[in-house]
Every structure is written in structure tokens, then in C-alpha cells.
Design a protein around this ligand. Structure first.
Ligand SMILES: [Zn+2]
Length: 249
């Protein structure tokens, strides 16, 4: 199932607003590495990895964060699956604080994509959910988590590995229903792609390469992947998504 045109427009507008919040003009981003961590800096989220290159799982993430925050936290289901990214957001008295963890053993390109994917959940799913709860008058402390793995199909095929959970009341650990749907995963991946590989910048740069090297999608994708600091897989997928250079070579 593809995302609707309306949903894609909505995602792009959230990307644009996130950039604006960080003082980055999305529309004038040209080819090159998108300043992801500068953009993240506009939100109460820090990006970290586990010490000693410890593999990332929901279990190891929760243990690390519990140690850091001094809180005893429940482990989400499926807690021992290897993850590429994990987000933890804690809301208390209207203030948000969060941490995005990426796996130190992943290539940097994937870690950037994982971090962007988790930022997407924060902006597209967590914030609206909190807003909804606030409207309903809920004021108890809340913890939100989500984890992703890219085992199948690289960054394009991200699937929820540690389900999205909301835990209400830090002492009582009441789990709220907050189901990660495949659509939410596609939205998060699309957000990451729009943020790290802006369509206008990809198109402009691709045109230059096609003039110089011909239309081989693999060659163009590899060149663009280097420029934008993403994996070749992610760029190949992006070019297909944009309907650019879909030749089978
Ligand atoms: Zn996800």
C-alpha cells in the first residue's frame, strides 16, 4: 500500500516546518549532506548510542536509559530483537524530553536514516497523540517508545521491531494502546527520505550526473548517495519513488 498524495504533502510540510524551526531553509537545501543533527537540535531530543558499541535492542536501550534517568522502566515486547533505532520520550507536566538511540555498529549512513526515522515518529505520531491526550484532560506522566529494524530491504523496508508503546503513570506502568501500523512505518521512512534526500536537490544533482555519466540508475544512485550521505540502497529507492532514472541497470 502506497501513501496517499495528501499524506505525502502533509509529511513534506512537517519536514519543512522542522527545518524552519532549526533555522534551515528546506527549499534552498542543495546537494550535500543535510544538517540532520542541527535540525534535531531544535527539539528536546538528544541522539546517542550505547557505550562500548553494545548492540541496540529495546532491552539494552531501556536498561541504558533507566540507568541514566534513575527510573525503573518496563521493557517493550519483542525486547531482544536487534534494532537500528530506538526513541524514548518522556512527558512530565507538559515538558518533553527524549533520546534517540542508534546502533553504533551500523554504518553512519544508516544511523542517520534511523535517527531521521525516529524523529519522524516524534513529530508525526507522538506529538499529535500527546496533543489528543491533553485535549482529553490527561495530565499524568507519560513515556513513549518505538524501535525500528531495517533487516529486510534496507532503509526502504523498515519495520516496527519494538512496538510503539505509551506508558502512563511512571509508578503504575499502565500501558496505553498506541499501535504501530505499517502505514506509520511507511510515513516515518518517507519523512526520513524527504528530509535527507530533498526531491528538488536530488533532481538537480541527478541531471548533472546523467549528463556526465549517462542514465545508469546504479551509477547515478551511487554518486548521489555519496553526495547526500545516505546508503546506495536508500538512494536507489528514493530515485524510484521520485520516478527518476528507473532504468533496470
Ligand atoms: Zn518506526
Amino acid at each position: 500500500m502506497r501513501l496517499s498524495e495528501g499524506k505525502i504533502r502533509e509529511i513534506i510540510s512537517v519536514v519543512r516546518r522542522a527545518c524552519l524551526d532549526a533555522g534551515v531553509d528546506y527549499d534552498t537545501l542543495t546537494s550535500g549532506v543535510v544538517p540532520l543533527f542541527e535540525i534535531m537540535g531544535a527539539f528536546p531530543l538528544r541522539v546517542a548510542e550505547l557505550p562500548d558499541r553494545k548492540p541496540l535492542t529495546a532491552q539494552s536501550a531501556i536498561k541504558f536509559l533507566g540507568h541514566e534517568t534513575g527510573q525503573e522502566l518496563p521493557t517493550p515486547s519483542n525486547g531482544d530483537r536487534p534494532l537500528s533505532g530506538f526513541i524514548y520520550v518522556f512527558e512530565y507536566e507538559g515538558f518533553l524530553n527524549g533520546c534517540i538511540l542508534t546502533d553504533a555498529n551500523d554504518p553512519v549512513t544508516r544511523r542517520r536514516f534511523s535517527a531521521a526515522h525516529e524523529l519522524a515518529h516524534y513529530l508525526l505520531h507522538f506529538l499529535p497523540y500527546l496533543e489528543e491526550l491533553r485535549r482529553e484532560g490527561m495530565s499524568e506522566a507519560l513515556i513513549l517508545t518505538e524501535g525500528v529494524t531495517f533487516e529486510n530491504g534496507g532503509e526502504a523496508g523498515g519495520e516496527p521491531a519494538a512496538e510503539m508503546t505509551a506508558i502512563q503513570g511512571v509508578d503504575s506502568f499502565q500501558r496505553l494502546t498506541l499501535k504501530t501500523t505499517p502505514a506509520m512505518e511507511r510515513e516515518a521512512n518517507r519523512f526520513a527520505a524527504e528530509l535527507l534526500m530533498p526531491a528538488h536537490a536530488c533532481e538537480a544533482k541527478a541531471q548533472q550526473y546523467v549528463k556526465r555519466f549517462g542514465t545508469g540508475r546504479k551509477v547515478v544512485a551511487r554518486k548521489l548517495a555519496t553526495d547526500f550521505f545516505v546508503s546506495s540502497e536508500a538512494m536507489k529507492w528514493r530515485l524510484k519513488e521520485l520516478g527518476l532514472y528507473t532504468a533496470q541497470d
